[in-house]
Design a protein around this ligand. Sequence first.
Ligand code: SAM
Length: 333
Amino acid sequence: MILLTDAYGRVMRYLRLSITDRCNLRCRYCRNGKFGQFIPHADILRYEEMLRFVGLAAASGISKIRITGGEPFVRKDCASFLAMLRERWPALALHITTNGTLLEPHVPLLARLGVKAVNLSLDSFDRATYAAMTGRDALPSVIASMDRLLAAGLRVKINVVAVRGVNDIQVDDFVHAVRTLPVDLRFIEFMPMGSGTLWSGENFWPAAAIKEEISRRALLTPVTDNPENAGPARMYAVAGGKGRIGFITSMTNHFCRACNRLRLTSDGHVRTCLFTDREYNMRGLLRERRISDQRLVDTLRRVCSLKPMGADILARRVHDEAVAMRRMTSIGG
Ligand code: SAM
């Protein structure tokens, strides 16, 4: 097997596949709230095209896939697509990132498919704050999904985008959650992606400050024997708690050296780094009948070989300037 590698010796093992840029929420850190700015339907890859890409990636060493969006469950037949992925590549570790608002009826299927973990975006346990942050009063449906996932024995990771002046006054709620629930709750540093989001230097709540706040309320012990600590989150056990707490320091302590990620956007662009808009449009090739799988793989290898070091791009960023223009909702996080 020829692997997907880059000039820094990194090997791509993890594909984040965004199946749609549509979302039923309007999170203020993710998009600017204007409607009608979606990718035209004709440009969105069909499931068959995505499956072809996944097959080529899996044959090139990708062993983990995350289905994301937009909101993946907004796309018609998302559940059948997940089942197809599982059927064709039984060994692929299947993960999902979702806002959880439409998830509950699909939980039994996810359990049957052996989904490894579900990442739930849940930025506040306070109903009014949640509604203000996401544009919808949907917290009860997310909590119902979370409860159902846990009851089905699925692993749950809660993603909290940390926004100063919004959810920084709710540290007690977050600590209570990890004390009482068997979840991994991870704070994600707010990234300046796209234009017109809530982003500003003042809204930035760095992981170090969050950790300090939490440490005043709970004893945190680093989780050292966790292979996942090779990933972006630094995880901590919480004394007396069922769950764990972690930090994804995308802005203050990058983890680019260990990055093994590859992204495919719903309109068929391969993106090798979150922090650069330099993408490769595979859609044309995927839609061209005469293009062989070999040619596609060769192209993918070439694109991966050019994967940049995101931290260098971040370092060149002018303060308060977005690091990339594509919105998170069309990248997939
Ligand atoms: N709709 C799904 C969800 O809400 O989880 C999947 C897509 S969402 C774009 C994927 C992840 O990106 C979420 O965990 C979200 O919190 C995160 N995200 C979006 N905008 C962000 C930003 N500006 N900074 C940091 N994380 C962000």
